[in-house]
Design a protein around this ligand. Structure first.
Ligand code: ADP
Length: 299
């Protein structure tokens, strides 16, 4: 079983010609309301790929709660450990202008109610999981508590980068970050200067992490569990919308690791799933199911 401890949001995606300046009003073109949040995205991605997934998180008491849970429900994710707390569901207001520039405002809302106490109430489920997955969109002490309870593999996708206790951070196996996040985590661990992606991965391992995966967009990913760094190229695809591709990657990684595959093989699969997701609009609606053909890895 895979347990995801993380955020559940609703994304309000507005397309517009150009972004308003402070004090200005502009006319938007369209509004799309979609389930999102990194935790929920990763849980949905894993469940669609055949994973048995339990979600631990919180939604509000408003009308957005059902939207936030809609694809988790249809993908068959176990939601018994999702709390419904008074107040608003987490919301992300995403503005996409014609030049492709995004601005995003995130209101955490009920995600702040995903507390260490909520994690403790599911302690047995977490301890029994083959894989525990956490990100940076719920309170730091919640993420730390979940990581400590895991007795299987702990995937930490520290996005956004929040400050975690060093001992908890080092439980990640693997830490999954993009280039930017990798540099921030390295600074948090007090690691050495590192200029390029490869050396950031090396330096993170030197800090005591058991394994590191760095996603590199169209270039694929780097992976290492200490014995050399392997570059895994991404399939070449026509990218339409990269929203949630990193989350599809993490969900796929969790599925393969839970099945007992090695880290490198799991990353090879995750890179294909990430490339599938960028070919389709949105986050959760862009994820493949088990019977979808995945793009083949570039040679
Ligand atoms: P994030 O959005 O979290 O920074 P990335 O942009 O690195 O994550 O993307 C995550 C994964 O999605 C990549 O490792 C790759 O597998 C896939 N991916 C992203 N962009 C592309 C692209 N343009 N072409 C092919 N695959 C992509």
């Amino acid at each position: 079983r895979i347990v995801v401890v993380g955020s559940i949001n609703v994304d309000l995606v507005v397309t517009l010609e150009r972004h308003p300046r402070p004090g200005e009003t502009v006319r938007g073109r369209s509004l799309t309301v979609l389930p999102g949040g990194k935790g929920a995205n990763q849980a949905v991605a894993a469940a669609l790929l055949g994973g048995h997934v339990t979600m631990i998180g919180a939604v509000g008491s408003d009308e957005y709660a059902d939207t936030g849970l809609s694809m988790l429900t249809s993908a068959g994710v176990d939601l018994r450990a999702v709390r419904r707390s008074p107040g608003t569901t987490g919301i992300a207001i995403v503005e996409v202008s014609d030049d492709g520039e995004n601005t995003i405002v995130v209101v955490p809302g009920a995600n702040a109610e995903a507390t260490p106490a909520l994690v403790d109430s599911a302690a047995e489920t977490i301890a029994d999981a083959a894989v525990v997955v956490a990100q940076g969109e719920v309170p730091a002490d919640t993420t730390e508590a979940a990581m400590r309870l895991g007795s299987g593999r702990v995937i930490l996708n520290l996005a956004p980068v929040i400050h975690l206790n060093r001992e908890a951070l080092l439980l990640a196996d693997p830490l999954v970050v993009n280039e930017h996040e990798g540099a921030l985590v390295l600074a948090q661990l007090g690691g050495r200067e590192a200029s390029d992606e490869q050396s950031v991965v090396e330096a993170l391992l030197e800090c005591g992490l058991a394994s590191v995966v760095m996603t590199l967009g169209a270039a694929g990913a780097l992976v290492s569990d200490g014995g050399g760094i392997i570059a895994v190229p991404a399939p070449r695809v026509d990218a339409v919308d990269s929203t949630g591709a990193g989350d599809a990657f993490v969900g796929a990684l969790a599925v393969r690791l839970a099945e007992g595959s090695g880290l490198e093989d799991s990353v090879r699969f995750a890179v294909q799933v990430g490339a599938y997701a960028v070919q389709h609009a949105g986050a959760q609606p862009s994820y493949p199911a088990l019977d979808d053909d995945l793009p083949l890895q570039a040679q």
